[in-house]
Design a binder for this molecule. Sequence first.
Ligand code: ATP
Length: 243
Amino acid sequence: MGAAVIVKGLKKTFNLRHSHSMKETLVWLAKGRKGDLTKKFDALHDVSFEIQPGETVALLGFNGSGKSTLLKLISGVILPDQGTVRTKGRVAGLIEVGAGFHPDLSGRENVYLNAAILGMTEQEIQEKFDDIVAFSEIEQFIDTEVKFYSSGMFLRLAFAVAVHTQPDIFLVDEILAVGDEPFQRKCLAKIKQLSDEGRTLVVVSHDLDMISRICDRGVVLSSGTVQFEGPADQAVAWLRERN
Ligand SMILES: Nc1ncnc2c1ncn2[C@@H]1O[C@H](COP(=O)(O)OP(=O)(O)OP(=O)(O)O)[C@@H](O)[C@H]1O
């Protein structure tokens, strides 16, 4: 059985926008637009690792180290400038809560839209619709346009849809930040269940205790490169030592 995720030689560069003075812009124009007014920034470079099927892996690191960028590359919502990402099976998850939701559509319509984007057939969605809504606990607002939802309500519906797509690889970025405590516990239990069912999980979080509890392995990023890779508790300890 091959790896569930193979990341090889990844590089992601962003353009950093700066505000320029009128003078800088005029000089740049006078010089025939030579040189670049935007600065480039490598959010990730030379990142390689593999994740085996059924593993629960945490991406760790301080703010701005590149965790979310890496997760977005694994999910395919952004593309690398160099390197490759290979995934095996259905990938779903919570990358940016609310992404893939249309503000003018109701919760019900968005469940259909989002589940279809995540690869479910119409029949699958119909079969699971009630379970999705029950998990989200927002039945009362399911026919309300989602632009009126609170961030927690968004999270509830998005998480409910994502876990019901039966993903082989489930990606979670700071899911728990906007959920209330009972819903956080419910999400964690669901994540544990997915992991027990042998699904592959990739989690980004700053909650190091939670990571030690639920993850097998940790990949620590710093300034866009992998600094440590190993058992989750060792990765957490590595990061804490540098805190
Ligand atoms: N679309 C973008 N355009 C420009 N820079 C970006 C973009 N997305 C991310 N970056 C930059 O890339 C770096 C890595 O960002 P990323 O969100 O991956 O970090 P992170 O480790 O997830 O941080 P945090 O812990 O704060 O969530 C940051 O310096 C960020 O400003």
